[in-house]
Design a protein. Structure first.
Lengths: 92, 185
């Protein structure tokens, strides 16, 4: 029986579809009788989701700095004006 | 050898950085024009464009053959999908070309309120672990390289740390989850 401190390798294998058919069969049998294990699987799935959210958030921080670079570049004033102009149509 | 590898890596990194800026500069005006036409602000355009770029990089990382046509057109297509979702309630109709309709966009681009809350907790109690897990799962760095950059003595130690972090994150989720029923039975 896997204990909670080392079962995350096993759960990772399961969630990433890396188990052999027989391993998978055994693991799913354990899931049926072990609510604690079901809970661990759900929590681990959530952990991957949150790592993905974190990764996206970090990427967006990098994009924000690219944005700042472009919109503060003195050689890009025509470009900047062109984009700003798109949002200044109402008064006309 | 080592130095060469590092140099090449720095070069590709720099190149990637340039590529991001190039794509950004080329695609943003079209996205801004679209968002402006449909009543959005400059900041709306920027936010939705960043979401679209994130989706774009995820797709290219998985399978770049899914990207057809010029990058700008593909990005604008993602933007239209995301913008449409955002304005679902107002039933705004967004005309899409056949090419744009066929683009598939993951439905978890906007995190739920609960996920945002959990992420804030994880960032405050386990940022190091989140960085490590991100590097393992998303930055496609080989374990060998991570071992060096994160200062572990060997690959085994780095890999062990990954599972320790996974355990830590999992436990935090169990403790802090509001959807109690999901985790406690």
């Amino acid at each position: 029986m896997t204990t909670s401190s080392n079962n995350n390798r096993t759960i990772e294998k399961y969630l990433q579809g890396e188990m052999s058919p027989s391993e998978k069969f055994l693991f799913e049998a354990q899931l049926l009788i072990n609510p604690g294990l079901r809970m661990e699987v759900r929590a681990q799935k959530k952990a991957y989701t949150l790592v993905r959210m974190y990764h996206r958030k970090k990427l967006k921080e990098e994009l924000e700095s690219v944005h700042q670079q472009i919109f503060s570049d003195p050689e890009k004033t025509i470009y900047q004006q062109h984009v700003y102009q798109l949002f200044k149509q109402e008064g006309i | 050898m080592k130095i060469m590898e590092t140099l090449i890596e720095q070069k590709t990194k720099k190149k990637q950085g340039m590529q991001v800026r190039e794509i950004y500069e080329r695609a943003f005006p079209r996205v801004a024009a679209f968002v402006s036409r449909t009543g959005g602000s400059f900041d709306d355009a920027k936010d939705i464009f960043h979401d679209a770029l994130v989706v774009y990089y995820e797709v290219t990382a998985q399978d770049s053959s899914r990207i057809r046509g010029p990058e700008e057109a593909y990005l604008l297509g993602i933007v239209k999908h995301l913008w449409g979702r955002k304005h679902q309630r107002s039933r705004m109709m967004i005309p899409m070309s056949e090419f744009e309709r066929e683009i598939s966009v993951p439905d978890d681009v906007t995190p739920t309120v609960e996920d945002k809350r959990l992420l804030r907790i994880l960032e405050s109690v386990g940022r190091k672990c989140m960085d490590l897990l991100r590097a393992f799962y998303y930055q496609q760095r080989p374990v060998k390289e991570l071992t060096v950059t994160l200062g572990y003595t060997n690959e085994h130690a780095a890999s062990a740390q990954k599972y320790k972090c996974l355990e830590k994150v999992r436990n935090t989720i169990k403790q802090k989850s509001m959807n109690y029923d999901d985790f406690i039975q």
